[in-house]
Write a protein that binds this ligand. Structure first.
Ligand code: ZN
Length: 465
């Protein structure tokens, strides 16, 4: 192992949450997983994905080699709420050739060169006319922009501004070898059942072509989160992982599952842009104080992670659909740098160097902590609420009195005993006590072993009450 790798291992080993994650996943190896995720992003990066078509199918087929995805095909023309599943788009080749017959813009070199969903076209034209179909970034002259035309029938090419300046005033041959025909919208779904039918929804978009952070990072963390959960024997919640094209995929999934799965969703998270080196950003659900909002607020605030919280807004990724007013699901969004706020966003610079192995694994660790907190967060009732129970008699209090402050576990036990009146969950107790959730969780386990606490299912009366 070289010096950099050793340094990285040391940082990771000392990093947040590792001990707690190894309590549920003893074999958890963050450095190996980070490199594995990055290698798989490299494998999927060249595929030309879109909201429909073979690029998405191929991507899902590869993910199915890692987790047993169920792949769904929804026919074009299917009405989904106010929308209709579009025709399927596929592309084999596209180019602009100069008068000498050289490919000056070539889809084979980068799939970003073609405006995604470009309709088929073959013709010749002068530069002045061609320019109406070209997109560049003058202030980032070496980058290729990413553009789409999903819902308007047109064609276009994206290229670096520097290359566009080299185009001479001559006649060009333009060819877009694409098809836009009745077909299907494809999405993937993986369900890991728990002891309860209550569900946790994890959703990530799969519709961007060669963009690494915006797209592949979310897919990779979701897939590896699912793989980690497979190894955990006891899960309270059922976990549902969606790999769906942005917007129309979420709308399609919601329309098909509105009366079946949707009512069972208790918590949800959209993962997008989770592989860059920026710090974490969590965008609250429309509800604003859903359990998942409180979990992320706690993990980012209390547990020393650098991160910021954003209020809900009706713009962004598929949280827009999950949090539309008629559904209003408790679904927030986890990202690192926020879309649209960094120059690499939707350009060829969102590439394999822009996503980092250690950022990917750090996100995976946060996701596993979200799992831990969601699973352990319960309502508890102190069974001995009149004055403090005598902890010393049970061996739960330090033997020597008179010390200046109580130990961490003792403080956590005192808070739990005081606040566990069945009206607030453990997360609320951790927040009120300004203690890490893990300390509260340990105190609860200890007190339960001594029959001082029992779980109270909200809405049900406690035994003997
Ligand atoms: Zn995007």
């Amino acid at each position: 192992m070289n010096v950099t790798a050793t340094m990285q291992t040391l940082q990771v080993e000392n990093g947040a949450f590792l001990r707690q994650i190894r309590e549920i996943l003893p074999e958890f190896d963050p450095v190996r997983l980070g490199h594995e995720m990055h290698a798989r992003i490299r494998e999927l990066y060249p595929i030309c994905r879109s909201i429909t078509g073979n690029g998405v199918r191929e991507t899902l087929r590869r993910i199915r080699q890692w987790i047993p995805l169920e792949i769904h095909e929804v026919p074009s023309g299917t009405p989904v709420f106010d929308w209709v599943v579009p025709r399927e788009w596929n592309i084999r080749d596209a180019f602009i050739k100069n008068a000498a017959g050289q490919r000056v813009v070539d889809f084979q070199k980068s799939n970003l060169h073609v405006v995604n969903y470009s309709i088929p076209f073959h013709g010749k034209m002068r530069l002045a006319e061609l320019k109406n179909h070209l997109f560049t970034l003058p202030d980032r002259p070496d980058w290729i922009p990413y553009r789409t035309s999903y819902y308007s029938e047109s064609w276009g090419f994206c290229l670096s501004h520097r290359d566009s300046l080299r185009l001479a005033d001559e006649e060009y041959e333009v060819y877009v070898d694409s098809t836009l025909e009745p077909g299907h919208l494809t999405y993937g779904e993986y369900v890991l059942p728990g002891t309860s039918s209550d569900e946790v929804l994890v959703s990530t978009h799969i519709c961007h072509p060669s963009l690494a952070n915006d797209n592949l990072s979310g897919m990779m963390v979701a897939a590896h989160w699912a793989r980690c959960l497979q190894q955990i024997q006891r899960r309270r919640f059922t976990y549902r992982f969606l790999f769906i094209p942005g917007t129309i995929g979420a709308i399609t999934w919601l329309a098909r599952n509105e009366t079946t799965v949707v009512p069972r969703i208790r918590h949800g998270l959209v993962l997008s842009g989770v592989g860059d080196s920026g710090s974490f950003t969590y965008k609250r659900s429309r509800q604003g104080d859903a359990v998942v909002d409180r979990v992320l607020s706690h993990l980012l605030d209390q547990e020393g992670l650098e991160g910021k919280l954003l209020e809900f807004s009706p713009y962004g990724y598929d949280e827009r659909q999950f949090c539309s007013p008629g559904l209003n699901l408790p679904v927030g969004r986890l990202s690192r740098s926020v879309h649209g706020t960094f120059p690499e966003y939707h350009t060829s610079a969102d590439n394999l160097d822009f996503v980092r192995a250690n950022s990917l694994e750090e996100t995976l660790r946060l996701c596993l902590m979200i799992f831990r907190v969601l699973e352990a967060n319960r309502f508890m009732l102190n069974l001995n609420p009149k004055c403090e129970p005598q902890l010393g008699r049970r061996g739960l209090y330090r033997a020597v009195g008179g010390q200046a402050d109580a130990g961490a576990l003792e403080m956590a036990m005192l808070w739990v005993l005081n606040l566990a009146d069945g009206t607030r969950d453990l997360l609320a107790i951790a927040e009120r006590a300004s203690l890490p959730f893990s300390a509260i969780e340990t105190a609860v386990r200890t007190l339960e072993q001594h029959q001082l606490l029992e779980e109270r299912i909200p809405g049900k009366k406690a035994l003997g009450a």
